[in-house]
Design a protein around this ligand. Structure first.
Ligand SMILES: Cc1cc2nc3c(=O)[nH]c(=O)nc-3n(C[C@H](O)[C@H](O)[C@H](O)COP(=O)(O)OP(=O)(O)OC[C@H]3O[C@@H](n4cnc5c(N)ncnc54)[C@H](O)[C@@H]3O)c2cc1C
Length: 398
């Protein structure tokens, strides 16, 4: 998974800077590439393969996920009261009071030693959430309800050395799929070490393969030639990694009547998004800021940690809600996507089409749309009456 292209949205970058002052500067020092999201990016969306390049005042950095993690780790290691246990597997949550309170984690070290680590608060950030689900099952507690959207998405990723004759008018290129007629999409990002990371993504019968001829053939069948032309003849410098995700899924822990005290599900354990929208890391970073604020407040009020998990799960909901809606509405464009289509899906799709048309015409709307997509502003700004009116007007045009 960590070998695939991981785009960090501006909102996520901001959250990481909040948690770790100096983070963005350290990313740049480590070799991450600064990208102005509209000027340096070739956005190819169905109906808008040539979108105006405007300075929207939003910049991000692109890099491989290992580089991003190394900078996070550097900041972690500089915090004196954090101890990182490496090569250590959490095996089981330790409980007391008949399973109603989590009091630690039982861990298996790589040398075979088992260690029980006591804790006042345990975060399950394992992505699969298996330890939390095991615990609920062991004590006969119901598992959280899940909302799933069956996307059946395949990923294939590799790295190329940037050739001397590479295009100079973009640093990232996105070619979005147009289901059901063409389910192939791709993302190319310039990363550290003068390389491109290229992730091909396709759903259902159009998943990319992991052999080189198949990879290139898939790239050639994208809706446009931009990415294929760039990598054709470029030297590949990494194996091709593959990944398949059957469904996006949101576990509604916030609705559980009973979640053991002292346990917080976190990040992908709560909600795993369709990766093509590049949201998961930014949501996790925003959740981390929320948790930090709740812990600081409980320390100031001196009222213990008991209310933190409930408050966290309640306040994480609006953080998840926006990216979830942003992703699932276009996912439902494909008739093969499985899940409960929202009642207002047609209206939502129509509104997105109108908004895109307006963003194409109007730099201010373009900026606002990207600020929402990059998680810098809430989605509600796009529902302001004057914007809704303008979207309706543009939709009414012939
Ligand atoms: C192919 C792909 C592409 C993606 N692209 C993007 C993107 O472009 N932008 C973006 O923002 N997000 C992207 N994501 C999503 C992103 O990876 C996650 O949303 C994000 O990392 C937050 O996840 P997390 O911290 O909850 O879990 P992860 O990042 O998955 O981390 C979980 C960690 O827990 C470890 N673990 C699991 N069980 C145990 C255990 N029992 N004991 C000890 N350790 C354990 C795992 O080894 C792993 O290191 C992508 C995901 C995939 C699969």
């Amino acid at each position: 998974m960590k070998g695939h292209a991981h785009a960090l949205l501006a909102g996520g970058m901001q959250a990481l800077e909040t948690l770790f002052p100096g983070f963005v500067e350290n990313l740049a020092d480590a070799g991450a590439v600064r990208v102005s999201v509209s000027i340096d990016s070739q956005w190819e969306r169905p109906g808008y393969d040539v979108f105006p390049r405007r300075d929207l005042g939003i910049s991000v950095y692109t890099m491989t996920r290992p580089l991003l993690e190394s900078v996070v780790r550097k900041h972690f290691n500089a915090i004196p009261n954090i101890k990182l246990h490496q090569r250590c597997r959490a095996q089981q949550l330790i409980t007391s009071e008949g399973g109603s309170r989590v009091t630690g984690v039982s861990c298996l070290h790589s040398d075979g030693k088992v260690e029980d680590i006591p804790a006042d608060l345990v975060l399950d950030a394992s992505s699969n959430g298996q330890l939390t689900l095991n615990l609920l099952a062991a004590f006969g507690l119901p598992a959280p309800e899940e909302t799933t959207v069956g996307i059946e998405m395949g990923y294939a990723t590799t790295l190329f050395e940037i050739p001397p004759d590479a295009p100079t008018n973009w640093k990232t290129a996105y070619t979005l799929a147009d289901p059901p007629s063409n389910r192939r999409g791709a993302l190319l990002m310039t990363v550290e070490g003068n390389r491109w990371i290229v992730s091909l993504a396709g759903s259902h019968d159009s998943k990319p393969p992991e052999d080189e001829p198949g990879f290139m053939e898939f790239a050639q069948k994208l809706r446009t030639r931009t990415i294929f032309n760039a990598i054709n003849g470029a030297r590949r410098c990494a194996p091709i990694a593959r990944y398949v995700l059957k469904a996006s899924r949101w576990r509604h822990f916030e609705n559980l009547e009973k979640l053991p005290i002292g346990l917080i599900p976190f990040g992908d354990t709560i909600c795993r998004f369709n990766p093509i929208y590049g949201q998961g890391m930014s949501v996790a970073a925003k959740e981390a800021v929320l948790l930090r604020d709740l812990l600081s407040a409980s320390a100031v009020d001196n009222n213990g940690l008991h209310s933190v998990p409930g408050e966290f799960l309640a306040q994480a909901q609006p953080i998840i809600d926006v990216p979830w809606a942003t992703a699932t509405v276009p996912d439902f464009l494909d008739p093969l996507t499985e899940g409960n289509r929202p009642d207002d899906l047609d209206k939502a799709l129509e509104f997105s089409t109108g908004l895109m048309k307006l963003a194409y015409q109007d730099p201010a709307i373009h900026k606002l749309l990207f600020e929402v997509q990059y998680m810098l502003k809430p989605r509600s700004v796009l529902r302001a009456p004057e914007i809704v009116e303008r979207v309706q007007a543009v939709m009414a045009e012939a």
